[in-house]
Write a protein of this length. Structure first.
Length: 296
């Protein structure tokens, strides 16, 4: 852990105002601490009640178990990508899906940076190796869309590589859908103050500090760059065959419930309980860029 807590302090401009943020200071700045869930375009000021969340989640997880039995019996395959800014809640959403499912038929994939061998391969190759087999669910915690956002923002790919990827990815995803795989692309969207809160919590929680990387800190001043790349991603890769589902994720509880509901609604499994699944919150989950704010 860093010993000089002043070494990584940055000046951030948020909503037209400049603020100093020091990730290593154990005291969260007042301007971050007072920001409620409604910052960054989120429609609610308060979290979903924990008891209501747990009750709804249990019903949805029962439906997920039913869906998994059906997939195993029919040989159906499902793949979901979870994308979004750092600390958007991808880990938690995937964990909520997996919690009570058979791990033999459900996998989470979170790849490290490519090896020398992988760097020399076709860009999509290392991801294809993890695609689902018959009856299997695969959940990607980040995916090939690293090349659409993180890599160009942080200088890990050339502009030529970025443009080639953006041209290729719709064709690549058409092949996935044509293969008959249930294919979901989730973008979890959070406000800037919420990201700072979650980064600070990770930095000062010994059980979560492993989640905070030097690259996360370096990206603090690149919020607008990430936004520009995100918007370009939505414009170019949101297609009829492989649409993006955007989830407002300042409240992790609402985000997780709506993600699971969306997936279950797309599956025609046996003994489906639509009442247990409930209604999608259209202020939380939607298609394409409809829910994204220009300043988010």
């Amino acid at each position: 852990m860093p010993t000089n807590h002043l070494s990584r302090a940055v000046i951030l401009e948020i909503s037209g105002k400049k603020h100093r943020f020091d990730i290593d200071d154990p005291v969260l700045p007042n301007w971050v601490d007072k920001a409620d869930l409604a910052s960054g375009g989120f429609p609610y000021k308060n979290k979903l009640d924990e008891d209501k969340y747990e009750q709804a989640l249990r019903l949805l997880q029962i439906e997920l178990v039913k869906a998994q039995f059906w997939m195993k019996h029919t040989g159906k395959r499902l793949m979901a990508l979870f994308e979004g800014r750092d600390a958007a809640g991808k880990d938690g959403a995937i964990s909520a899906i997996q919690a009570n499912m058979n791990p033999r038929y459900t996998r989470a994939v979170a790849l490290d940076k490519p090896t020398t061998t992988e760097t020399g391969q076709w860009y999509f190759q290392r991801y294809v190796e993890h695609f689902p087999t018959s009856g299997e669910i695969v959940l990607f915690n980040r995916s090939w869309y690293n090349r659409a956002v993180v890599e160009p923002v942080m200088g890990f790919c050339t502009e030529k590589q970025y443009k080639a990827f953006m041209e290729a990815v719709p064709h690549f995803e058409n092949l996935i859908v044509d293969e008959g795989i249930y294919f979901f692309k989730f973008w979890l969207d959070i406000g800037q103050e919420m990201q700072l809160k979650r980064f600070h919590e990770r930095r000062h929680d010994p059980l979560k500090i492993w989640k905070l990387s030097d690259m996360d800190i370096a990206a603090l001043k690149k919020w607008d760059d990430y936004t520009d790349r995100r918007d370009a991603l939505m414009e170019k890769t949101h297609t009829d065959n492989a649409p993006w589902t955007v989830v407002r994720a300042n409240d992790k509880r609402r985000a997780r419930l709506n993600i699971i509901q969306h997936m279950l609604n797309a599956l025609d499994y046996d003994d489906k309980d639509k009442q247990a699944i409930g209604e999608i919150d259209n202020d939380i989950l939607g298609r394409g860029s409809d829910l994204l704010k220009s300043n988010a």
